[in-house]
Design a binder for this molecule. Structure first.
Ligand code: RB5
Length: 144
């Protein structure tokens, strides 16, 4: 059976953390679809949010991780699209609840706010945690 592929993208503020995240995702047994950016050269976070949104919309991946400096801009950009539930998480509990309660399909992180070791833990939890369904199903359906 082929491994699930996880999409990742970042702006220049998230470039370094994205590299560590790619390692973590591969170590957890997934394949990585890296949609850039590939350097510290300044780019615009909406463009990188859109790359991952497109990969989810066309079925290339089901889930992904986005990183900008704070995680705020890239989560706002991703959440403008139907069917996207992008959760900006700063700790383990929010990473778990984003999956259990919100069925988040994108984890957003702040490359200048979250330490690499913490980010690796949040990514692993996000990928390992299932949606609980039940009462949360109705709420998620209302999001569109
Ligand atoms: C880029 O300097 C920075 O504004 C961006 O990475 C992000 O933090 C925006 O929300």
């Amino acid at each position: 059976m082929s491994k699930e592929t996880i999409g990742i993208a970042a702006d220049h503020g998230g470039f370094f953390l994205k590299r560590a995240i790619a390692e973590e995702i591969e170590a957890a047994g997934y394949q990585v679809l890296d949609l850039g950016t590939d350097s510290e050269k300044s780019v615009d976070y909406p463009d990188y949010a859109e790359k991952l949104v497109r990969a989810i919309s066309d079925g290339s991946v089901k889930k992904g991780v986005l990183v900008c400096g704070t995680g705020i801009g890239i989560s706002i950009a991703a959440n403008r699209h139907m069917g996207i539930r992008a959760a900006l998480c700063y700790d383990k509990e929010t990473a778990v609840l984003a999956r259990q309660h919100n069925d988040a399909n994108i984890l957003c992180l702040g490359g200048r706010k979250t330490a690499e070791s913490q980010a690796r833990q949040l990514v692993a939890l996000f990928l390992d945690t299932e949606f609980e369904g039940g009462r949360h199903e109705r709420r998620v359906e209302k999001l569109g």
